[in-house]
Write a protein that binds this ligand. Structure first.
Ligand code: RFL
Ligand code: PHB
Length: 389
């Protein structure tokens, strides 16, 4: 087989790139190792920046997002005793959209299938070779047959556990990785959200987040040790713990119900030294993992795709390699800004088992300054709603 672009991975990064290439009539094949149902069952992100929304709308997959997504003009912060609001509209003149990653992914799959795009599922043993040459190859197994695709460009959108990032030689020795000793225990429940906007809480018992998917569907998280397992958490235990992590006048409003999903996500950070080598580009979680506290993972995947798409179009339409050469540097600049923000939010809001009392006091002080300083709130608002591309 031969095509212009091979996209490895059918998560948000791979799908968004596929939609953009399709609209530009650039030929591609997308290969995903799982089934579509499996990809759609992963409950993850819920917060979209304007830049992400605009890209989805521009490519023609934003109708449901526009009608069902909730626009939020701010966010709440709390401690065990205190509660305050940060107003994005006033401070950054921007908003965020609350719309689940599962829905974003579903909208893109539906569009791509309706357009007749070339999507391959359950591709096993995927491998990339020759990406330092002008004609890379991607090979994979499907239903017992080995296939080979020759192409001009390979884009690795295969997430943190994929094969693409290690095909870039400098990454093996020089990437930036840290595993934090904490995880997020998350549940989804068919109950109305606690408040009209998200609440991030630094409590005496650890971090908690009250989020939502709609007026009748809530998403909650509590910080737990990374060694915890969801089986140890009955719904009753979860709700009791969650209530203890918000001030009483807020938690007394909580409506509880049976969970329809419960899982633990370990918090880790990872940044590739390089996001490209020759004709191989990385987008999304294959190139970087940010802790979820800043709601940046999916949004960074979208900004990577924005830069990668520009570089691919420049190459395909004008035979100009400059975009491909500059891609990594350009994308990494924005990645590191988002990493800084996610790291800051994570450290300010969680209790770390290995941190000393001095560090705890500094982090308490960060939050109290955020409460009282409009300048700090402005910086948060600009970062949370999304830095420019
Ligand atoms: P994905 O979603 O991991 O998709 C990668 C796809 O590649 C496939 N794959 C392969 N395919 C072929 N061959 C191989 N060898 C392959 N290896 C893997 C996989 O099956 C998969 O389908 O990466 P992508 O597309 O880069 O998207 C990244 C986002 O999923 C991720 O950053 C976000 O979910 C992070 N995140 C959040 N991001 C936000 O912007 N806002 C949020 O509010 C937010 N909340 C979250 C989050 C992540 C969380 N978890 C679970 C860590 C909340 C949580 C709890
Ligand atoms: C979510 O709704 O799943 C969510 C929201 C904000 C975050 C992380 C996750 O920072």
């Amino acid at each position: 087989m031969r095509t212009q672009v091979v996209i490895i991975g059918g998560g948000p990064a791979g799908l968004l790139l596929a939609c953009k290439l399709f609209k530009k009539q650039i030929d591609f094949i997308l290969i995903e190792q799982r089934t579509k149902e499996y990809v759609l069952s992963r409950i993850r992100a819920g917060v979209l920046e304007t830049g992400t929304v605009n890209q989805l709308v521009d490519v023609g997959v934003g109708d449901r997002l526009k009608s069902e997504g909730q626009i939020h003009g701010g966010v709440y912060f709390s401690t065990s005793y205190d509660f305050f609001h940060i107003n994005f509209r006033q401070l950054a003149n921007k908003t965020i959209t609350v719309y689940g990653q599962t829905e974003v992914t579903r909208d893109m799959y539906e569009a791509l299938e309706a357009w007749g795009a070339n999507l391959i599922f359950e591709a096993k043993g995927v491998d990339i070779s020759g990406h330092q040459s002008p004609q890379p190859k991607v090979t994979y197994d499907n239903e017992g047959t080995r296939y080979e695709i020759k192409c001009d460009i390979v884009v690795g959108c295969d997430g943190f556990h994929g094969i693409s990032k290690n095909k870039i030689s400098v990454n093996a020795e020089h990437s930036y990785f840290a595993q934090l000793p904490i995880g997020w225990l998350g549940i989804l429940s068919e109950t109305p959200p606690l408040k009209d906007e998200l609440i991030y809480s630094r409590s005496d018992r650890g971090f908690a987040l009250a989020s939502m998917r709609s007026d009748t569907l809530s998403r909650y998280y509590v910080q737990v040790p990374v060694t915890e397992s969801p089986e140890n958490w009955s719904d009753d235990r979860f709700w009791e713990e969650l209530k203890l992590r918000f001030p009483v006048h807020i938690s007394s409003e909580l409506e509880t119900g049976p969970s329809i999903e419960k899982s633990i996500a370990p918090l880790r950070t990872y940044v590739s030294k390089s996001m490209s080598e020759g004709r191989l580009l990385l987008c999304g979680d294959s190139a970087h993992i940010v802790p979820p506290t800043g709601a940046k993972g999916l949004n960074l995947a979208a900004s990577d795709v924005y830069y990668a798409y520009e570089a691919i179009v420049e190459h395909v339409n004008n035979n100009n390699q400059t975009g491909l050469k500059n891609y990594s540097e350009k994308a990494l600049k924005r990645v590191w800004k988002s990493m800084r923000f996610s790291w800051w939010m994570t450290h300010m809001l969680h209790l770390f088992p290995d941190s000393d009392r001095f560090t705890e006091k500094i982090m308490e002080s960060e939050l109290s300054q955020l409460r009282n300083s409009i300048s700090m709130q402005k910086v948060l608002s600009e970062n949370y709603t999304g830095l420019p591309y």
